[in-house]
Design a protein around this ligand. Structure first.
Ligand code: ZN
Ligand code: ZN
Length: 357
């Protein structure tokens, strides 16, 4: 963890800052190990200060990396920033993507004229995008657990059960297998409902002969997984069958484009081109994928709007879809580790069309 703070210090010159105050809790966790709901850190070349409130005295003692000077604060945490900083006029970077306007005003007021605040962008998110081997292992373990939970659900059958019941059973299966939580609200969407990419599970029975989109993930040891499979509940129409095979082909094209230094935009284009050539470009309205780690959506992004460039150690999803309003939807999503050898797939459920009665 000490090297994470050091990596952040190395970003300070380009931010033209003497130190950075990190207030986003997920970033505080990444830098210190602290999992509570109140904390901030101040990091500079000679500064490693972690502040929390009295409720977390013991938890922070157990969790926070020993390289930090740990302070228990009885007032607003932001009031501690000034005390944590060295003397003299200073420029301090803050996380402008997550700090509230109110907190920024409070920080400026408490620091006064000797400190000027500069926006940092999201340097910790950029560090988080490249996973250390132990993080890869944790994400792989979350993915494996989620795979096993889906197999539990498939063994129970789908036809006649409601989307909501299947989603709840899937989430319970993840908890039973040791997950801390689902990493997001599971999607189970059958037939025409599957044409909504972010469908909420309904209290409506799943019929035979439909496609069912299942998008789910587990949180384990703080790290998320994310996966989608589209299952069949019996014989499909030719159109639905062709839709499935098209998405599968696009997904494989996306995977094949994954490598360090590939642009997020180019990987997206590799999969999108397959769908566009089949005349379904307008039915694939979302980006191809996103990073996954402590958060289920994080850097880098794979989309036509992305400026991301992939690096060895990224973990991203590859999840093209085709959504035909009023008819059906298909999405296939794998979680992959970007390595010099290409995409290492962390999802274990097969992608050939699986029929579950
Ligand atoms: Zn997903
Ligand atoms: Zn996803």
């Amino acid at each position: 963890m000490a090297d994470r703070a050091q990596a952040l210090v190395q970003r300070l010159p380009e931010l033209e800052a003497d130190a950075i105050v990190v207030t986003s809790l997920v970033n505080v966790r990444y830098l210190t190990g602290f999992t509570g709901s109140s904390g901030l850190v101040v990091i500079g070349p000679q500064t490693r200060v972690f502040a929390t409130d009295f409720r977390y005295r013991e938890q922070s003692a157990a969790e926070v990396d020993s390289g930090f000077d740990r302070r228990i604060v009885t007032t607003d945490l932001l009031d501690e920033v000034g005390d944590a900083l060295p003397a003299g006029p200073l420029t301090i970077a803050f996380e402008d993507g997550t700090m509230t306007v109110r907190d920024h005003a409070r920080l400026a007021e408490t620091l006064g004229d000797r400190v000027s605040l500069v926006p940092a962008g999201s340097p910790v998110q950029e560090l988080r995008a490249v996973k250390a081997p132990d993080e890869v292992r944790r994400i792989a373990a979350a993915a494996e657990l989620a795979d096993a939970a889906l197999r539990d659900i498939m063994a129970q059958g789908l036809v006649g059960r409601t989307e909501l019941e299947v989603a709840q059973t899937l989430e319970r299966a993840m908890l039973d297998r040791g997950a801390q939580a689902a990493s997001f609200q599971s999607i189970v969407a059958a037939g025409p409902h599957g044409a909504l990419p972010h469908a909420q599970p309904r209290d409506a029975a799943i019929d035979a002969g439909e496609l069912v989109v299942v998008d789910w993930g587990a949180r384990l040891d703080g790290y998320c997984s994310d996966c989608t499979r589209t299952l069949a509940t019996g014989d499909l129409t030719d159109e639905a069958h062709a839709g499935y095979e098209l998405v599968r082909e696009a997904q494989l094209a996306g995977l094949a484009a994954i490598r360090p230094r590939a642009g997020g935009r180019d990987v997206d284009a590799a999969a999108r081109e397959v769908i566009e050539k089949a005349g379904h470009g307008e039915h694939f309205g979302h980006g191809l994928g996103h990073g996954v780690g402590l958060e289920v959506h994080e850097a880098p992004r794979l989309s036509w709007r992305s400026d991301s460039v992939l690096a060895d150690g990224n973990i991203v999803t590859v999840e093209p879809g085709v959504y035909l309003p009023g008819r059906f939807g298909v999405r296939i999503e794998d979680l992959v580790h970007v390595t010099d050898a290409g995409a290492e797939i962390l999802t274990g459920v097969p992608k050939e069309l699986i029929t579950v009665g």
